[in-house]
Design a protein around this ligand. Structure first.
Ligand code: TXA
Ligand code: MG
Length: 309
Protein backbone atom coordinates (compact mmCIF):
# COMPACT_ATOMS: atom_id res chain seq x y z
CA UNK A 1 0.00 0.00 0.00
CA UNK A 2 1.22 3.37 -1.10
CA UNK A 3 1.94 5.57 1.94
CA UNK A 4 0.40 8.65 0.31
CA UNK A 5 -2.84 6.75 -0.16
CA UNK A 6 -2.75 5.68 3.48
CA UNK A 7 -2.19 9.31 4.48
CA UNK A 8 -5.08 10.37 2.21
CA UNK A 9 -7.43 7.88 3.90
CA UNK A 10 -6.41 9.26 7.30
CA UNK A 11 -7.19 12.78 6.13
CA UNK A 12 -10.64 11.66 4.98
CA UNK A 13 -11.27 10.00 8.35
CA UNK A 14 -10.29 13.23 10.09
CA UNK A 15 -12.83 15.20 8.04
CA UNK A 16 -10.35 16.63 5.52
CA UNK A 17 -10.45 17.04 1.74
CA UNK A 18 -8.46 14.86 -0.67
CA UNK A 19 -8.25 15.38 -4.43
CA UNK A 20 -7.84 12.06 -6.22
CA UNK A 21 -7.73 10.72 -9.77
CA UNK A 22 -10.57 8.78 -11.36
CA UNK A 23 -10.79 7.46 -14.91
CA UNK A 24 -13.22 10.27 -15.81
CA UNK A 25 -11.91 13.43 -14.10
CA UNK A 26 -10.24 14.25 -10.77
CA UNK A 27 -12.57 14.36 -7.79
CA UNK A 28 -12.38 16.40 -4.57
CA UNK A 29 -13.30 13.90 -1.88
CA UNK A 30 -14.73 14.07 1.64
CA UNK A 31 -16.18 11.48 4.02
CA UNK A 32 -19.78 11.14 2.76
CA UNK A 33 -21.10 10.22 6.19
CA UNK A 34 -19.70 13.33 7.89
CA UNK A 35 -21.87 16.41 7.65
CA UNK A 36 -18.98 18.66 8.70
CA UNK A 37 -16.61 17.20 6.07
CA UNK A 38 -19.21 17.58 3.33
CA UNK A 39 -19.90 21.17 4.45
CA UNK A 40 -16.17 21.91 3.98
CA UNK A 41 -16.36 20.30 0.55
CA UNK A 42 -19.29 22.48 -0.58
CA UNK A 43 -17.61 25.60 0.77
CA UNK A 44 -14.35 24.72 -1.05
CA UNK A 45 -16.17 24.14 -4.34
CA UNK A 46 -18.44 27.15 -4.01
CA UNK A 47 -21.28 24.75 -4.71
CA UNK A 48 -24.87 25.65 -3.78
CA UNK A 49 -26.02 23.40 -0.90
CA UNK A 50 -29.07 22.12 -2.77
CA UNK A 51 -26.95 20.48 -5.49
CA UNK A 52 -26.27 16.80 -4.68
CA UNK A 53 -22.87 15.09 -4.96
CA UNK A 54 -21.83 11.67 -6.25
CA UNK A 55 -20.67 9.17 -3.61
CA UNK A 56 -17.80 6.85 -4.55
CA UNK A 57 -17.28 3.29 -3.32
CA UNK A 58 -14.78 0.51 -3.93
CA UNK A 59 -17.47 -2.13 -4.59
CA UNK A 60 -21.04 -2.26 -5.96
CA UNK A 61 -22.19 -3.97 -2.72
CA UNK A 62 -21.09 -0.93 -0.69
CA UNK A 63 -22.64 1.45 -3.21
CA UNK A 64 -26.01 -0.30 -3.11
CA UNK A 65 -26.18 -0.03 0.69
CA UNK A 66 -26.76 3.70 0.18
CA UNK A 67 -29.81 3.06 -2.02
CA UNK A 68 -33.15 1.32 -1.43
CA UNK A 69 -35.66 -0.55 -3.65
CA UNK A 70 -32.89 -1.00 -6.17
CA UNK A 71 -34.35 -1.87 -9.57
CA UNK A 72 -33.05 -5.02 -11.26
CA UNK A 73 -32.07 -2.88 -14.24
CA UNK A 74 -29.74 -0.79 -12.06
CA UNK A 75 -28.09 -4.01 -10.87
CA UNK A 76 -27.58 -5.06 -14.48
CA UNK A 77 -25.87 -1.81 -15.41
CA UNK A 78 -23.66 -2.05 -12.33
CA UNK A 79 -22.71 -5.64 -13.15
CA UNK A 80 -21.74 -4.63 -16.68
CA UNK A 81 -20.11 -1.21 -16.18
CA UNK A 82 -18.71 -1.06 -12.62
CA UNK A 83 -16.00 -0.33 -11.84
CA UNK A 84 -16.19 2.33 -14.52
CA UNK A 85 -17.46 5.72 -15.72
CA UNK A 86 -21.11 5.27 -14.73
CA UNK A 87 -23.14 6.96 -11.96
CA UNK A 88 -26.49 5.58 -10.83
CA UNK A 89 -29.11 7.75 -9.15
CA UNK A 90 -31.07 5.56 -6.73
CA UNK A 91 -33.74 6.11 -4.12
CA UNK A 92 -31.65 6.74 -1.03
CA UNK A 93 -31.31 4.61 2.09
CA UNK A 94 -30.95 6.05 5.60
CA UNK A 95 -27.19 6.18 5.10
CA UNK A 96 -27.45 9.06 2.64
CA UNK A 97 -28.00 12.25 4.63
CA UNK A 98 -29.68 15.37 3.25
CA UNK A 99 -26.26 17.01 3.13
CA UNK A 100 -25.11 14.74 0.24
CA UNK A 101 -28.42 14.52 -1.62
CA UNK A 102 -29.30 18.19 -1.67
CA UNK A 103 -32.32 17.21 0.41
CA UNK A 104 -33.72 15.04 -2.40
CA UNK A 105 -34.92 11.47 -1.83
CA UNK A 106 -32.27 10.14 -4.23
CA UNK A 107 -28.54 9.50 -4.03
CA UNK A 108 -25.87 9.37 -6.75
CA UNK A 109 -23.39 6.47 -6.46
CA UNK A 110 -20.42 5.34 -8.49
CA UNK A 111 -17.61 2.73 -8.37
CA UNK A 112 -14.63 4.19 -10.23
CA UNK A 113 -12.03 1.97 -11.90
CA UNK A 114 -8.88 4.08 -11.56
CA UNK A 115 -6.39 2.03 -9.51
CA UNK A 116 -5.50 4.94 -7.20
CA UNK A 117 -9.20 5.71 -6.59
CA UNK A 118 -9.81 2.02 -5.89
CA UNK A 119 -6.89 1.86 -3.47
CA UNK A 120 -8.06 4.98 -1.64
CA UNK A 121 -11.67 3.80 -1.41
CA UNK A 122 -10.65 0.36 -0.15
CA UNK A 123 -8.33 1.83 2.44
CA UNK A 124 -10.92 4.37 3.59
CA UNK A 125 -13.70 1.80 3.64
CA UNK A 126 -16.73 4.13 3.53
CA UNK A 127 -18.33 6.29 0.86
CA UNK A 128 -16.43 9.30 -0.47
CA UNK A 129 -18.48 12.26 -1.68
CA UNK A 130 -16.59 13.70 -4.63
CA UNK A 131 -17.58 16.34 -7.12
CA UNK A 132 -15.08 17.19 -9.82
CA UNK A 133 -12.03 18.99 -8.41
CA UNK A 134 -12.81 22.44 -9.80
CA UNK A 135 -14.82 25.45 -8.66
CA UNK A 136 -18.55 25.14 -9.37
CA UNK A 137 -19.24 25.77 -13.07
CA UNK A 138 -15.59 25.71 -14.18
CA UNK A 139 -13.73 23.23 -16.37
CA UNK A 140 -13.16 19.84 -14.74
CA UNK A 141 -9.60 18.80 -13.83
CA UNK A 142 -8.15 15.87 -15.81
CA UNK A 143 -4.62 16.01 -14.33
CA UNK A 144 -3.26 16.58 -10.82
CA UNK A 145 -1.79 19.91 -11.96
CA UNK A 146 -5.28 21.06 -13.01
CA UNK A 147 -6.84 20.52 -9.61
CA UNK A 148 -7.93 24.02 -8.73
CA UNK A 149 -5.50 25.37 -6.13
CA UNK A 150 -8.19 27.59 -4.69
CA UNK A 151 -10.01 24.44 -3.54
CA UNK A 152 -7.42 24.03 -0.79
CA UNK A 153 -7.39 20.23 -0.72
CA UNK A 154 -5.41 18.83 2.22
CA UNK A 155 -3.73 16.40 -0.19
CA UNK A 156 -3.70 15.83 -3.95
CA UNK A 157 -3.06 12.28 -5.15
CA UNK A 158 -1.47 12.19 -8.59
CA UNK A 159 -2.65 9.37 -10.85
CA UNK A 160 -1.65 10.79 -14.22
CA UNK A 161 -3.96 12.13 -16.92
CA UNK A 162 -7.57 10.91 -16.66
CA UNK A 163 -8.16 8.25 -19.25
CA UNK A 164 -11.76 9.09 -20.25
CA UNK A 165 -11.44 12.85 -19.74
CA UNK A 166 -15.14 13.75 -19.33
CA UNK A 167 -17.48 13.13 -16.40
CA UNK A 168 -19.36 9.85 -15.89
CA UNK A 169 -22.58 8.91 -17.66
CA UNK A 170 -25.45 9.42 -15.17
CA UNK A 171 -28.54 7.18 -15.26
CA UNK A 172 -31.45 8.07 -13.00
CA UNK A 173 -33.34 5.16 -11.43
CA UNK A 174 -35.20 7.26 -8.87
CA UNK A 175 -38.31 7.56 -11.07
CA UNK A 176 -40.52 4.95 -12.77
CA UNK A 177 -38.29 4.51 -15.79
CA UNK A 178 -34.53 4.93 -16.24
CA UNK A 179 -33.49 8.31 -17.64
CA UNK A 180 -30.16 9.52 -19.01
CA UNK A 181 -29.24 12.60 -16.93
CA UNK A 182 -25.76 13.18 -18.33
CA UNK A 183 -24.24 11.52 -21.41
CA UNK A 184 -20.70 10.19 -21.05
CA UNK A 185 -18.25 7.61 -22.33
CA UNK A 186 -20.77 4.84 -21.75
CA UNK A 187 -23.23 5.56 -24.53
CA UNK A 188 -27.00 5.41 -24.76
CA UNK A 189 -26.67 2.45 -27.16
CA UNK A 190 -24.53 0.50 -24.66
CA UNK A 191 -27.02 1.24 -21.86
CA UNK A 192 -30.04 0.27 -23.97
CA UNK A 193 -28.36 -2.94 -25.01
CA UNK A 194 -28.05 -4.03 -21.37
CA UNK A 195 -31.46 -2.66 -20.34
CA UNK A 196 -33.17 -4.26 -23.32
CA UNK A 197 -35.23 -1.14 -23.98
CA UNK A 198 -35.25 2.61 -24.47
CA UNK A 199 -33.85 4.96 -21.91
CA UNK A 200 -35.65 8.28 -21.41
CA UNK A 201 -34.07 11.69 -21.79
CA UNK A 202 -33.80 14.02 -18.85
CA UNK A 203 -37.26 15.48 -18.24
CA UNK A 204 -39.05 17.93 -16.00
CA UNK A 205 -39.46 15.36 -13.22
CA UNK A 206 -35.76 14.46 -13.24
CA UNK A 207 -33.87 15.38 -10.09
CA UNK A 208 -31.97 18.67 -9.94
CA UNK A 209 -28.52 18.31 -11.26
CA UNK A 210 -25.83 20.90 -11.79
CA UNK A 211 -24.33 19.22 -14.87
CA UNK A 212 -27.72 19.95 -16.43
CA UNK A 213 -27.28 23.73 -16.18
CA UNK A 214 -26.99 25.54 -19.49
CA UNK A 215 -23.64 27.01 -18.65
CA UNK A 216 -21.33 24.61 -16.81
CA UNK A 217 -17.95 22.96 -17.48
CA UNK A 218 -17.06 26.35 -18.92
CA UNK A 219 -13.86 28.31 -19.60
CA UNK A 220 -13.70 31.97 -18.49
CA UNK A 221 -13.08 33.15 -22.05
CA UNK A 222 -16.35 33.35 -24.02
CA UNK A 223 -16.62 30.19 -26.12
CA UNK A 224 -18.77 29.62 -29.16
CA UNK A 225 -19.59 26.69 -31.39
CA UNK A 226 -18.98 27.33 -35.05
CA UNK A 227 -19.88 24.96 -37.90
CA UNK A 228 -16.88 23.91 -40.01
CA UNK A 229 -18.05 25.88 -43.05
CA UNK A 230 -18.30 29.12 -41.04
CA UNK A 231 -14.95 28.86 -39.25
CA UNK A 232 -13.02 30.76 -41.86
CA UNK A 233 -15.41 33.71 -42.03
CA UNK A 234 -15.72 33.83 -38.23
CA UNK A 235 -11.92 34.12 -37.92
CA UNK A 236 -11.86 36.80 -40.60
CA UNK A 237 -14.57 38.74 -38.77
CA UNK A 238 -13.03 38.48 -35.29
CA UNK A 239 -9.37 38.80 -36.15
CA UNK A 240 -6.24 37.19 -34.75
CA UNK A 241 -7.19 37.58 -31.09
CA UNK A 242 -9.34 34.44 -31.15
CA UNK A 243 -8.28 30.95 -30.10
CA UNK A 244 -9.51 27.93 -32.04
CA UNK A 245 -10.28 24.31 -31.15
CA UNK A 246 -10.83 22.46 -34.42
CA UNK A 247 -10.39 19.32 -36.47
CA UNK A 248 -8.91 21.17 -39.39
CA UNK A 249 -5.35 22.29 -39.88
CA UNK A 250 -4.13 25.45 -38.16
CA UNK A 251 -4.73 28.68 -39.99
CA UNK A 252 -1.71 30.96 -39.93
CA UNK A 253 -3.79 34.00 -38.99
CA UNK A 254 -4.44 32.44 -35.56
CA UNK A 255 -1.75 31.95 -32.93
CA UNK A 256 -3.63 29.72 -30.49
CA UNK A 257 -5.02 26.79 -32.42
CA UNK A 258 -5.43 23.28 -31.05
CA UNK A 259 -6.10 20.52 -33.52
CA UNK A 260 -8.42 17.89 -32.09
CA UNK A 261 -8.75 14.18 -32.93
CA UNK A 262 -11.60 13.03 -35.19
CA UNK A 263 -12.31 10.10 -32.94
CA UNK A 264 -14.64 10.82 -29.99
CA UNK A 265 -12.74 8.92 -27.27
CA UNK A 266 -9.45 10.60 -28.11
CA UNK A 267 -11.27 13.95 -28.35
CA UNK A 268 -12.86 13.50 -24.88
CA UNK A 269 -9.50 12.53 -23.39
CA UNK A 270 -7.98 15.83 -24.55
CA UNK A 271 -10.97 18.14 -24.27
CA UNK A 272 -10.61 19.85 -20.87
CA UNK A 273 -6.83 20.18 -21.04
CA UNK A 274 -7.20 21.81 -24.46
CA UNK A 275 -9.91 24.24 -23.30
CA UNK A 276 -7.84 25.03 -20.23
CA UNK A 277 -4.81 25.82 -22.38
CA UNK A 278 -6.79 28.09 -24.69
CA UNK A 279 -8.48 29.73 -21.71
CA UNK A 280 -5.04 30.66 -20.41
CA UNK A 281 -4.03 32.35 -23.65
CA UNK A 282 -5.88 35.63 -22.98
CA UNK A 283 -7.79 35.50 -26.23
CA UNK A 284 -10.97 37.43 -27.00
CA UNK A 285 -12.96 34.25 -27.66
CA UNK A 286 -12.58 30.51 -28.16
CA UNK A 287 -14.07 29.29 -31.42
CA UNK A 288 -14.92 25.60 -31.28
CA UNK A 289 -15.54 23.74 -34.51
CA UNK A 290 -18.88 21.92 -34.08
CA UNK A 291 -18.53 18.16 -33.65
CA UNK A 292 -20.47 15.71 -35.84
CA UNK A 293 -24.21 15.23 -35.14
CA UNK A 294 -23.86 11.45 -34.72
CA UNK A 295 -24.64 9.54 -31.49
CA UNK A 296 -21.00 8.72 -30.69
CA UNK A 297 -20.42 12.45 -30.21
CA UNK A 298 -23.41 12.99 -27.85
CA UNK A 299 -21.35 13.43 -24.68
CA UNK A 300 -18.90 15.79 -26.34
CA UNK A 301 -21.65 17.88 -27.93
CA UNK A 302 -23.26 18.08 -24.48
CA UNK A 303 -20.06 19.39 -22.81
CA UNK A 304 -19.24 21.77 -25.64
CA UNK A 305 -22.70 23.27 -25.72
CA UNK A 306 -22.48 23.92 -21.95
CA UNK A 307 -18.95 25.32 -22.28
CA UNK A 308 -20.38 27.69 -24.86
CA UNK A 309 -23.23 28.53 -22.46
O1 TXA B 1 -17.12 11.47 -13.43
C1 TXA B 1 -17.71 11.95 -12.47
O2 TXA B 1 -18.90 11.71 -12.23
C2 TXA B 1 -16.90 12.85 -11.53
C3 TXA B 1 -15.84 12.02 -10.82
C4 TXA B 1 -15.08 12.79 -9.79
O3 TXA B 1 -16.45 10.88 -10.28
N1 TXA B 1 -17.74 13.52 -10.61
C5 TXA B 1 -18.57 14.52 -10.98
O4 TXA B 1 -19.21 15.08 -9.92
O5 TXA B 1 -18.74 14.88 -12.13
P1 TXA B 1 -19.96 16.47 -9.96
O6 TXA B 1 -20.42 16.70 -8.57
O7 TXA B 1 -19.12 17.52 -10.58
O8 TXA B 1 -21.23 16.16 -10.80
C6 TXA B 1 -22.18 15.32 -10.24
C7 TXA B 1 -23.47 15.35 -11.00
C8 TXA B 1 -24.12 16.67 -10.78
O9 TXA B 1 -24.71 17.10 -11.99
C9 TXA B 1 -25.12 16.32 -9.71
O10 TXA B 1 -26.14 17.23 -9.67
C10 TXA B 1 -25.53 14.90 -10.10
O11 TXA B 1 -24.32 14.35 -10.47
N2 TXA B 1 -26.08 14.18 -8.98
C11 TXA B 1 -25.47 13.70 -7.89
N3 TXA B 1 -26.36 13.16 -7.03
C12 TXA B 1 -27.57 13.31 -7.60
C13 TXA B 1 -28.89 13.00 -7.22
N4 TXA B 1 -29.18 12.45 -6.05
N5 TXA B 1 -29.88 13.31 -8.08
C14 TXA B 1 -29.60 13.91 -9.25
N6 TXA B 1 -28.39 14.24 -9.67
C15 TXA B 1 -27.38 13.95 -8.85
MG1 MG C 1 -18.47 19.12 -11.85
Amino acid sequence: MNSRVRRAAEILRAGGLVAFPTETVYGLGADASSEAAVARLYAAKGRPPDHPVIIHFSTPENAFEWGREIPEAAGKLAARFWPGPLTLILRRSVRAGDFVTGGQDSVGVRVPSHPVAQELLREFGGGVAAPSANRFGDLSATAAAHVDETLKADLVLDGGASDVGIESTIVDFSGDKPALLRPGAISRVQLEEILGGKILDRNSSSPRHSGGLERHYAPKTPALLVPAHALDSEIAKRGASVAVLAYSRPDERVEYWIRMPREPRAYAHRLYAALRELDGANCSAILIESPPETAEWDAIRDRLSRAAG
